[in-house]
Structure formats: structure tokens, C-alpha cells
Write a protein that binds this ligand. Structure first.
Ligand SMILES: [Zn+2]
Length: 378
């Protein structure tokens, strides 16, 4: 079955143009300029952007990936899909190796079903001094052997590991993980500039939520932020919810790293799409007030209630990115980091028809996944 979407403002990394596209068997087959060769479904001049790719997400709609509960995970995926996320990685937080292995084994089934694009272990190999909302009593020193066990539990679906590079055993574990094809993210770390460079040399290629849970930039102690921003091998995650990072600092990172090395993430937790109240993140109690999640004990920010559509809108309206830059940092760049950019991440012939239709004010009017509308037809 073939579908033509016409009268669209198509946003690609190269620019925005008025045109049309055709979709067949879940894939984009043509992208054209001007009026469509045959009448199609008119989008009334609205913007079409590629489906969002969220590489760091703990849940939503009351469900939390760290529990490994499949029904709850499905609800979380559905919530984020309504907000335009068509590809997402499920992030687990620090727990015992046994609990992490069982959550990974359970979520691996959802990866096999095509609901998730992989699993991310955000702990337990992180710094006590920078553990944020992770349970400090469950942090561990990494060993390649222990990590290999976690990897095995995920049956090939563990795509990412966050690790503090300064921990004993970290560099060996980074080398092992990278050799296994796992994306190594440096973060939740108290490392200095030189230690961070060692982590990058060993195979680190992503910065876990740059700025958050790491030492700040200092003019005599540049710390991890400067190392991660300036190294061309590293792509930085940023939480663009207006709470975790000031827009000026987001601009600063973007100006250094550019659209091909910057990706927006949600770091969303269970309360996303729900009201304020008490929730859990892993083994920690979290209070959500005015949409801001904080640990009951100590008050650390504990993930966000962000969705990718809001991150996209803020990037344009608050941070000042152009639409072509915004589609790169919410779709193409994270897709490239995941090794999925030949399939998703932009609107181009041959790619999967994962699309988001946006109103003039950049609100979601429709979401298409693999060629099928998942919301009401826009
Ligand atoms: Zn997180």
C-alpha cells in the first residue's frame, strides 16, 4: 500500500522545504519538492520531522524500566511514542548485579519485539561522589568479567554502559565493552580532565548527560566537561528540560560540539505523563513536584518528566537552534550513535517511515511509526 503525504514542510538536516513524500510498506520511497505528482493526504503546510530517537530514558506513564516489568515498560514506550519518540533505549539504574541481569533479560524480549532499541546500564559502575539519584550503597567497582555477565543477560541487546572512568578496573571494562560493540558513555564521574581523556582513549564515545553528575567547568580545572566537549570522538547527551541545564550552557555545548556531536535525551522517569506525587527510580524514592523529580532523601534531581517533543520545541524556541539543527540533535545524531542511521534518523528515501507532524507552535499533531499512524491521522 502506498501513501502520499503532500503540502508538507519537510525538515531535513540540510534545510526546510515545501514538498511531499510517499510511503510504501513502512518505508519512505520518495521525497519531493513542490506539489505532489498525485493527490495525497494534505498536511496543510505543517512541519514534518523524523521520529525522535531517545537514547536515555527510564520510563513514563507510571512505568519504570529498571523494574523490568514488561506491561509497564510497554505503557512507557506508548506514552513516549505519543510524544513523537519512535526509537528508544531503556535505561536501568544502579542495582544489584542479579536484579540488573533479570531486568535486562526481561527487557531484551521487548527489544526482540521491536519496541525498544536496546538497554543501557547507567550503573552500578559510577562514582559515589557523583551518583545523583543512584543508590550509593549498591555502587560497585567494575570488572570486565562481571560486565560480561550483565551483557550475556541482555542477549545482545545491551547497547550502552555508563561508567566513571576513574574507578579501579574502569579502563579495562571500557576496553572490553567497546570491543563487544557496546557504546561506552562516560558520566556520573568525578574524573579530572586527564582521567576523562584516558576514558576516551580506552573507548568512551558518549558523555552521559553532560554537566549533570560531574565536576563543573573550571578555568584551571577543566574537568570532564572540557575533555568531552572538545574531543571529536565524543557525542554529548543533554537534558533540555530547562531544569537540568540552563539554556546558555546548552548553547555553549552546542556551539562547541555542533549538531553532529550533540544529542538531546529525556532521562525521563516513571512520573512522565503523570501527575506530581511519589514514585520510585530503581531502589530510590522520588518526589515529583511541579514536574521536577527529586530524591526524597537529599533532594538530588532524579531524572526528568521530559518528553522529546518538548525537548525539540525548547531547542528551537528557548535555546535558538534552527529546525535543521533540532532534527539532528533529536534524531539523526542519536541514530548514528546507535548505528541505526541507515534506517532511521532523517526523512529520506529508503528510510523507515517514522515521522512526527508538528503544528506551527511545534506541538505534536500526529506520529507515524513504520508507515502507520499511531495517533489520529493529522
Ligand atoms: Zn538517567
Amino acid at each position: 500500500m502506498s501513501l502520499t503525504l503532500s503540502d508538507a514542510r519537510i525538515v531535513t538536516p540540510e534545510g526546510v522545504h515545501e514538498g511531499w513524500l510517499t510511503i510504501e510498506d513502512g518505508r519512505i520511497t520518495h521525497v519531493g519538492r513542490g506539489s505532489a505528482p498525485r493527490a495525497g493526504h494534505s498536511l496543510g503546510g505543517r512541519h514534518v520531522v523524523p521520529g525522535f530517537v531517545d537514547i536515555h530514558n527510564h520510563g513514563g506513564a507510571g512505568g519504570s524500566f529498571p523494574t523490568g516489568e514488561q506491561d509497564k515498560a510497554r505503557e512507557a514506550v506508548a506514552l513516549h511514542l505519543r510524544h513523537g519518540t519512535t526509537t528508544m533505549v531503556a535505561s536501568l539504574v544502579t542495582d544489584t548485579p542479579e536484579n540488573l541481569a533479570s531486568a535486562a533479560a526481561s527487557l531484551a524480549e521487548l527489544c526482540e519485539d521491536g519496541l525498544l532499541a536496546g538497554i543501557h546500564f547507567e550503573g552500578p559502575y559510577i562514582s559515589k561522589a557523583r551518583c545523583g539519584a543512584h543508590n550509593p550503597s549498591l555502587l560497585r567497582e567494575p570488572t570486565p568479567a562481571e560486565f560480561a555477565g550483565l551483557l550475556k543477560a541482555g542477549r545482545g541487546h545491551v547497547r550502552m554502559l555508563t561508567i566513571a572512568t576513574e574507578l579501579p578496573g574502569a579502563l579495562d571494562t571500557i576496553r572490553t565493552a567497546a570491543a563487544e560493540g557496546v557504546i561506552v558513555a562516560l558520566g556520573h564521574s568525578d574524573a579530572d580532565y586527564d582521567q576523562t581523556l584516558e576514558g576516551i582513549e580506552a573507548g568512551g564515545t558518549v558523555a552521559t548527560h553532560l554537566y549533570n553528575a560531574m565536576p563543573p567547568l573550571g578555568h584551571r580545572a577543566p574537568g570532564p566537561i572540557a575533555a568531552l566537549l572538545e574531543d571529536e570522538r565524543v557525542t554529548v547527551e543533554l537534558i533540555n528540560d530547562g531544569v537540568h541545564v540552563h539554556s546558555a550552557m546548552l548553547r555553549l555545548a552546542f556551539d562547541v560540539a555542533g549538531p553532529s556531536r550533540t544529542m538531546l535525551i529525556t532521562d525521563a522517569m516513571a512520573a512522565t505523563g503523570m501527575g506530581d506525587g511519589t514514585y520510585v527510580l530503581g531502589s530510590m524514592q522520588v518526589d515529583v513536584a511541579d514536574g521536577v523529580a527529586r530524591l526524597v532523601e537529599g533532594g538530588s534531581i532524579a531524572g526528568s518528566t521530559l518528553t522529546m517533543d518538548v525537548a525539540f520545541r525548547r531547542a528551537v524556541q528557548e535555546v535558538g537552534l534552527s529546525l535543521p539543527e533540532a532534527v539532528q540533535v533529536t534524531s539523526l545524531t542519536p541514530a548514528r550513535v546507535l548505528g541505526l542511521d541507515s534506517k532511521v534518523g532523517s526523512i529520506a528515501a529508503g528510510k523507515v517511515a517514522d515521522l512526527v507532524v508538528l503544528s506551527d507552535s511545534l506541538e505534536v499533531d500526529g506520529v507515524m511509526q513504520r508507515g502507520a499512524w499511531t495517533t489520529t491521522e493529522p
